[in-house]
Design a protein around this ligand. Structure first.
Ligand SMILES: *Cc1c(COP(=O)(O)O)cnc(C)c1O
Length: 393
């Protein structure tokens, strides 16, 4: 079985580039050059230097002793929460802004839901002195005031998407419209392993630094590169793609992808795409997405903004269809409990997205000698209000 994108960007039957004619030149330019540019020694050098000095990589691989004792297995946390800006998203935005520069672009656009990707994009635009326009649904702007403020402080222009449900998919439509109108100077930074080819493959490659580090870090800790399991939460799927990447072809390493079940998988308030999703096209790629009988995208729900996405990237659709990864769904309540447990046992306040991955230990038993790596995708500072309201702190 092959788990990498083929030349046309397909993972099995998923992926591809389903784009309007007007977008073809932009996407085609990127498709032609991305691998060449990424392979250039000067690109590699600049990317790696920024990951080290600006992001703070390598992120530690931390043996969580008390959590391991509680669940009677060996749990390591890959600490993406310690990155600059508090999550894995910066690995990708650094990579893409360098790509934009190499392509001679001067203006950056992005769409954002909860604002995390918008902040990561505004951050690298400030770093590189580039113009940054972020599209965000009007409803999300109202819900996510601190991230809107962050983007503004970083010099970005935040433009409200006023159509439809005024959330992420509407912001995405606006960003695509902008790109069509500004094909020459503008580069579109997509925030996860979604969108038309080559984005899913390119973003997975930028995030693959996570599993690249895991290999030598596990060798140091355990004397072997391979864990028994890797666990990661999946919104669009970029942190999971990065954590799985260098292990995809190593079938003895089992992969667990964790989705948000919201108030319950079949409650009507969920984001469990692997269970509820059907084949369809979203954001320019063929993948699994939650839709009505007549193909309208269903509004997803999760207590965690980062998992509140109606699809998964094509790599994950393929990992699900081939059973290479096991897909589990975790409810809001299970995630919140697991998040608080990590605070109490390890002194780490996780992002609620990451807390979904932690909740797997309440669902599934592991053996005492098994080595589990859990990708702790982000820190919980941004979620403090949600924690306060949920636990009445
Ligand atoms: C955005 C986000 C996610 C979900 O995005 P993926 O592309 O699935 O990784 C998960 N965790 C955190 C902390 C995030 O900010």
């Amino acid at each position: 079985m092959n788990y990498n994108a083929n030349k046309k960007g397909y993972y099995g039957e998923f992926g591809g580039a389903y784009i309007p004619e007007m977008l073809y030149p932009n996407v085609e330019e990127l498709r032609q050059y991305y691998l060449k540019i990424m392979a250039e020694p000067s690109f590699q050098k600049e990317f790696n230097r920024l990951l080290k000095d600006y992001v703070g990589r390598p992120s530690p691989l931390y043996f969580a002793k008390r959590l391991s004792e509680k669940y009677r297995t060996k749990i390591y946390l890959k600490r993406e929460d310690l990155n600059h800006t508090g999550a894995h998203k910066i690995n990708n935005t650094i990579g893409q802004i360098l790509m934009a520069k190499r392509l001679g672009k001067t203006r950056i656009i992005a769409e954002t839901g909860a604002g995390q990707h918008g902040v990561a994009t505004a951050t690298v635009c400030a770093l590189m002195g580039m113009e940054c326009v972020v599209y965000m649904g009007e409803i999300d702007i109202a819900r996510q005031a601190p991230n809107v403020a962050r983007m503004k402080m970083l010099g970005a222009t935040v433009i409200p998407a006023l159509s439809g449900s005024r959330t992420l998919k509407d912001a995405t439509n606006e960003a695509i419209r902008d790109w069509i109108n500004n094909p020459v100077d503008t580069y579109y930074i997509i925030g996860s392993v979604v969108g038309p080819h080559p984005y899913p493959d390119m973003v997975a490659r930028f995030q693959s630094v996570i599993s690249e580090e895991m290999k030598w870090q596990l060798k140091e800790h355990e004397g072997k590169e391979n864990p028994d399991y890797i666990i990661a939460c999946v919104g669009g799927g970029s942190n999971a793609a990065g954590a799985f990447y260098h292990y995809l072809d190593t079938e003895e390493v089992k992969l667990i992808a964790v989705e948000a079940a919201g108030k319950g998988i079949r409650s009507g308030k969920s984001a469990a795409t692997s269970v509820l999703g059907k084949k369809g096209i979203i954001h320019g790629s063929k993948t699994l997405l939650m839709q009505t009988e007549d193909g309208q995208i269903t509004e997803p729900y999760s207590i965690s903004a980062g998992l509140d996405y109606p699809g998964v990237g094509p790599l994950h659709a393929h990992l699900c269809a081939t059973n290479r990864a096991e897909f589990l769904a975790v409810t809001d309540d299970e995630a919140m409990k697991a998040g608080l447990e990590l605070c109490e046992l390890e002194g780490i306040i996780p992002a609620i997205e990451s807390a979904h991955a932690l909740a797997v230990f309440g669902q599934k038993k592991f053996k005492p000698n098994q080595v589990i790596v859990l990708n702790l995708s982000g820190r919980g500072d941004k979620d403090l209000n949600t924690y306060i309201n949920y636990f009445k702190l």
